[in-house]
Design a protein around this ligand. Structure first.
Ligand code: UCC
Ligand code: FAD
Length: 578
């Protein structure tokens, strides 16, 4: 048979990013006021057209960056060349207000949600420009909270500008060769330009050292940790560093090399050497880690949204393929009519739905903390701080597992370059690592528990219990309600183990993070089920069944079992000791 004869597989189609996502629309209807929902909806309808057309075309023009270190005369030039697609997508981010929206705060405490909905729609088409955009957002927040008046007037408006070509992007330099998770061994040294016994915010320092990972290398400014005196992380201060001097020459920043990475290949991640680089002190000396943690908390939510958005795209491809591919021989059917196949996709859809709920639930708290700080309660603050590291690593892990299943759902076609799975999976894998690995974020959860003396977990349990108690009897959710309530009790018991005289088992932190992730997502799913109960066209039965299935899934059972086992062993040890 000639190569062009025989079966020709029809290609799959992708749904509209906004119109084709009922779970997102419904969640937004629940959490936004009618007026804000109408505004967001109108904007997202226009945005999805732009995404499917010119933005998609720009993404196809995204290529790996390259570096020219020396000119023909042997002079060091460090010319970083990024692709037309990459530069164009950075402009799109500015025009669409992806950084600006939460700072304009026109939608009050929903402004964050609005911005993150747009980011979520954009992420699969953004060529990972989302990376510098996340750090720009984090940097803007740090300057808003801790910048000098000059930084607020000069740099902040450029970071939050909607004018393409004028808007700045920012980076974050924390990681050095001795450690990225643990910054206490930071070797970069900052010395004051003019000696002052008590340096003050805005003072100029000279930075010398080596930054092992810099992803926003084509940015305009970076926030850098450097040692100003003293050991450990308490000797670190934070600096705003402009990449170039007024005359356009380098500010003592040399690109040692571009990293060769498994994914995120368009992102110009580099190793940098700082040699006489000038930076301005942000906040007080020795407060560097505490101040930069605002960047961490915002970029961690960007990371979580990226994981959920990547899973959404993987599911859209897998579902599209199921609607065009026949299996099962002559009398076979479309995959979309094959129960064995669709049940696998349905379980991945459930993971997406659960992640969407818990990630946007946490974003809602961030939005309130920023736009309505006076109404933001201490309990909400505890929940936000606890859930931020949880949702980042929970989403990274769960989404990546489901994305592999989505690839498999296309059979051999899933493994082809022309499909997006290779890129999607390689790119999303980084969400497990940057901005804190799962171990490190589990340790952050323990830090939160200890620092708040357990109040963070109490605030979470109180909120969850209040939601569960409000479930109407006719929703028929008594069984999942009981299961979640038992998990909350286990969480309370595990938290107490951190306040016993004998140290808690170090292995407890990780399953604890997962237990919080599962419990939080179950409760948010319950909120959606309660809201949609009796409403036409809002998937009420799907939402109800989601709570039922999610509250006792394989992942939560494993976390539960591990925690129970570790607590039992801890009790045995204590008994032997007494
Ligand atoms: O990876 C990076 C960027 C890549 C691109 C990002 C794109 C984002 C998504 C885009 C999607 C398209 S940048 C590098 C990121 N690096 C990390 O994430 C580091 C991971 N390690 C940690 O997070 C550690 O927990 C450290 C470094 C923060 C621990 O530092 P310390 O100094 O050893 O810890 P301490 O002493 O406990 O904390 C110092 C202070 C304390 O406050 P005070 O002084 O008041 O007691 C802590 O409570 O900082 C406070 N703190 C925090 N506060 C620490 N972490 C936080 C936090 N997350 N929130 C609030
Ligand atoms: P390590 O800290 O050495 O960790 C190695 C392993 O040890 C991990 O599995 C970790 O979970 C585990 N571990 C570490 N500490 C503990 C502990 N106490 N208990 C138990 N387990 C532990 N950084 C920046 O500052 N700016 C950037 O722009 C930037 N861009 C990046 C881009 C990419 C593509 C990548 C991959 C990384 C980037 N990073 C950036 C660095 C990133 O934040 C770090 O790689 C990350 O924080 C981990 O640090 P590390 O590589 O030193 O690993």
């Amino acid at each position: 048979m000639h190569v062009n004869e025989g079966h020709q597989q029809a290609p799959y189609a992708l749904p509209g990013a906004w119109d084709g996502n009922p779970a997102l629309k419904s969640l937004m209807k629940r959490t936004l006021s009618n007026e804000t929902f109408a505004a967001v909806s109108q904007d997202c309808e226009g945005f999805q057209e732009r995404l499917a057309g010119p933005i998609h075309d720009l993404r196809l023009k995204v290529e790996e960056p390259s570096l020219v270190q020396f000119n023909q005369w042997g002079q060091r030039v460090d010319t970083l060349k990024t692709s037309e697609g990459w530069r164009g997508l950075k402009q799109v981010a500015a025009e669409e207000g992806l950084v600006a929206l939460p700072y304009e705060r026109k939608q009050g405490s929903s402004s964050r949600t609005y911005a993150f909905v747009k980011s979520y729609l954009w992420l699969p088409e953004c060529g990972y420009v989302g990376c510098p955009i996340a750090m720009t957002d984090g940097c803007a927040r740090v300057l808003e909270l801790a910048g000098t008046t000059e930084m607020k007037q000069e740099i902040l408006p450029l970071l939050t500008s909607r004018v393409a070509g004028k808007a700045w992007t920012a980076g974050q330099w924390m990681t050095e060769k001795p450690g990225g998770s643990d910054v206490s061994l930071t070797e970069t040294v900052a010395t004051p330009v003019t000696f002052s016994p008590e340096p003050k915010p805005g003072d100029s320092f000279v930075l010398n050292g080596f930054k092992w990972f810099s992803s926003a290398t084509d940015g305009n400014v970076a926030l850098a940790l450097a040692r100003t005196g003293g050991e450990g992380s308490r000797g670190l201060s934070l600096f705003a560093v402009k990449m170039r001097k007024e005359d356009g020459t380098t500010n003592g920043i040399f690109i040692h090399r571009l990293k060769r990475k498994f994914g995120t290949k368009a992102v110009p991640t580099a190793e940098l050497s700082l040699e006489g680089c000038i930076g301005q002190l942000v906040g007080q000396p020795g407060e560097g880690v505490r101040i930069i943690s605002s960047v961490l908390n915002i970029t961690r939510l960007h990371s979580a949204v990226t994981s959920v958005a990547s899973l959404r795209r993987a599911l859209d491809i897998a579902s599209g393929f199921a609607r065009v591919r026949h299996v099962g021989g002559k009398d076979g059917s479309l995959l979309s009519h094959n129960e064995m196949h669709t049940s696998v996709l349905a379980s991945s859809e459930l993971v997406h739905r659960a992640l969407l709920q818990v990630v946007f639930g946490t974003i809602g708290l961030l939005g309130k903390s920023e736009a309505e700080p006076l109404k933001f309660t201490e309990e909400e603050g505890h929940r936000l701080r606890l859930l931020t590291p949880v949702v980042k690593s929970f989403a990274a892990d769960l989404a990546s597992r489901e994305m592999m299943k989505c690839m498999e759902a296309l059979g051999g076609q899933g493994y082809m370059e022309e499909n997006e799975f290779g890129r999607l999976i390689a790119d999303q894998s980084v969400e497990r690592i940057w901005e804190g690995t799962t171990n490190v974020l589990a340790l952050d959860v323990v830090r939160v528990i200890l620092k708040s003396k357990g109040a963070s977990v109490k605030a979470f349990i109180d909120w969850a219990t209040a939601v569960l108690t409000s479930t109407p009897a006719e929703l028929n959710l008594a069984v999942p309600r009981q299961i979640i309530t038992t998990d909350l009790a286990l969480l309370g018991k595990a938290t107490k183990s951190y306040f016993q005289p004998t140290p808690a088992d170090p292995r407890l932190a990780r399953p604890l993070l997962y237990l919080i992730g599962f419990a939080a997502s179950s409760v948010h799913l319950a909120e959606q089920a309660i809201w949609s109960h009796g409403k036409q066209g809002e998937d009420a039965e799907v939402n109800r069944a989601a709570v039922e299935r999610w509250s006792d899934n394989g992942g939560v059972r494993e976390a539960r079992r591990t925690i129970e086992e570790l607590l039992r062993r801890g009790e045995d040890v204590r008994e032997r000791e007494t």
